[in-house]
Design a protein around this ligand. Structure first.
Ligand SMILES: Cc1cc2nc3c(=O)[nH]c(=O)nc-3n(C[C@H](O)[C@H](O)[C@H](O)COP(=O)(O)OP(=O)(O)OC[C@H]3O[C@@H](n4cnc5c(N)ncnc54)[C@H](O)[C@@H]3O)c2cc1C
Length: 461
């Protein structure tokens, strides 16, 4: 039986964080409780502009094919609305150039649908749609500080302060369920400790990624009309870069370095850094393009995975999701997709009832396999760079060696490229890369010479 706070009608959920994970969680919860209140410390902008609570929103955000499908499942019609606002549909292999291991991936239409747009536009449209539901409301400029509880292992709400009066009185939001979707700085481990529970184990990969980002005007002739360029670092040259089309005829160009190697923020240094990437294509575009702003920095110290699914005990009425559970090295572009997949998991788990005592454990255990594959890709992939601290087990070493072979094979056999992109887009698990048919293609391809990195193959039908 739901314990309701005095004076509160119906069931309620409180979500901390109105970014991608929080909004998608609210969307799902609205089907199961009478009211969902989303708290965010920010003022949420009317316009599609970056905001302080999501500092990464000024930087390139690729949406994986699985994420786009998931968003459409939760918010039908979203893609068409975004396209009407300037987002660009793209086939992940036919319209985007990939350079892995310094080699361009052979091209063809893959059937992997992507959407290219700015992160603020995506978030604003998701927010608009989620808040259009009368059961969902948002409280802006509220910082969640602590949880309320019944003294018997059940969370009963959130205490927060308004940013306009941080020393002022705490306000209380009562809830049958509280979801922490407050991102990588999540207070949930500390909240658990204060309630007498163990915090989750934490795994970290200290990759110390530095981003520098700049926008350029996009001209029709750039990159032969392609919509994106994604270049991954290699063990010999860990520098990477992306150039992605966005609404408003813009490119967003992101350069990345690791372990203290920081792309410069002065325009000359930024361009010079681009010239040192594993392939010259990106530099060739930006040196001739018109810049629209100055380069901006973001630093990402470590990928972090919190193992909530391993908790022996946790309070009833508290879930944690999104980056608060796992934040991945952003160069793999996985975070929004995983947040979406976790919302879909929550939808399934809630179908068995909001009130059962094992709700949190069931949710985290069902999320763990969803996080496993992207974590393996990101955390395992980063282990290929010399100097990333921590042991590299034999399996990871073998896998990284094999993935490098797959990427070299993808430069000559477009079907291998599609298989790789299906895994990278979280459409299928990494085990698909070792299917007998793909192994055979990889071996065959290694006998053929790779194509020149400067001249990508034409798009095959
Ligand atoms: C540089 C960079 C690039 C990235 N690129 C990609 C990409 O290409 N593709 C991709 O899929 N993902 C990418 N990500 C990851 C992506 O941004 C996140 O995974 C995604 O936003 C989901 O995160 P979230 O909603 O869990 O948390 P966040 O987006 O971090 O949002 C947390 C929210 O909680 C609010 N908040 C925090 N604390 C409190 C509090 N105490 N009280 C009230 N509100 C609070 C914040 O204001 C914010 O709105 C990137 C991340 C970084 C850092």
């Amino acid at each position: 039986m739901t314990q309701r706070s005095p004076g509160r009608d119906g069931t309620a959920a409180v979500v901390v964080g109105a970014s991608m994970a929080g909004l998608l969680t609210a969307r799902v919860l609205a089907e199961h409780v009478d009211r969902v209140v989303v708290l965010d410390r920010d003022t949420l902008p009317e316009d599609a502009v970056p905001r302080g609570g999501v500092p990464q929103s000024a930087h390139a955000h690729g949406l994986l094919a699985r994420g786009l499908r998931g968003l459409e499942e939760l918010l039908p019609g979203l893609t068409a609305d975004l396209v009407a606002q300037g987002a660009l549909r793209a086939d992940m292999q036919g319209d985007v150039r990939w350079v892995n291991e310094g080699l361009p991936m052979a091209r063809r239409r893959s059937g992997l649908d992507g959407l290219l747009l700015s992160r603020p536009l995506l978030e604003r449209e998701v927010r608009r749609r989620v808040l259009a539901d009368p059961r969902v409301s948002v409280c802006e400029r509220v910082v969640a500080r602590s949880l309320t509880h019944d003294g018997a292992g059940r969370v009963t709400g959130v205490l927060g302060v308004t940013r306009d009066d941080p020393a002022g009185p705490h306000r209380r939001w009562d809830a049958d369920l509280v979801v922490d979707a407050s991102g990588r700085q999540s207070p949930a481990p500390w909240w658990l400790s204060t309630l007498g529970f163990e915090p989750p184990e934490e795994e970290r990969v200290e990759v110390d990624v530095a981003y520098a980002t700049r926008h350029y005007r996009r001209e029709p002739g750039h990159v032969d009309g392609d919509l994106g360029l994604a270049m991954a670092g290699t063990p010999d040259n860990p520098r990477g870069g992306v150039l992605l089309a966005q609404e408003g005829d813009r490119w967003i160009c992101g350069l990345s370095g690791i372990l203290g190697d920081r792309p410069p923020l002065d325009p000359e240094g930024f361009e010079a850094y681009a010239a040192t990437l594993p392939s010259p294509v990106l530099h060739e575009v930006i040196r001739a393009a018109v810049p629209l702003d100055e380069p901006r920095r973001f630093r990402f110290p470590a990928s972090v995975r919190r193992r909530y699914e391993r908790l022996a005990r946790s309070p009833r009425g508290l879930l944690v999701t999104g980056d608060a559970v796992c934040s991945f090295d952003p160069v793999y572009g996985q975070g929004m997709t995983v947040a979406c997949l976790e919302a879909l998991v929550l939808r399934d788990v809630l179908r068995q009832g909001l009130e059962r005592p094992t709700l949190a454990q069931d949710f985290w255990r069902a999320c763990a396999p969803v996080v496993d594959a992207p974590w393996q890709i990101a955390a395992g992939g980063d282990r290929r760079f010399h100097g990333v601290p921590g042991p590299v087990d034999r399996r990871t070493r073998l896998l990284n060696g094999y993935v490098a072979r797959v990427q070299r094979a993808a430069a000559v056999d477009p079907a291998v490229g599609t298989a790789f992109l299906r895994v990278a887009n979280l459409e299928v698990p990494p085990s698909h890369l070792v299917s007998p048919s793909l192994l055979a293609r990889v071996v065959r391809s290694s006998r053929r010479p790779p194509v020149d990195a400067r001249r990508p193959e034409p798009v095959a039908a």
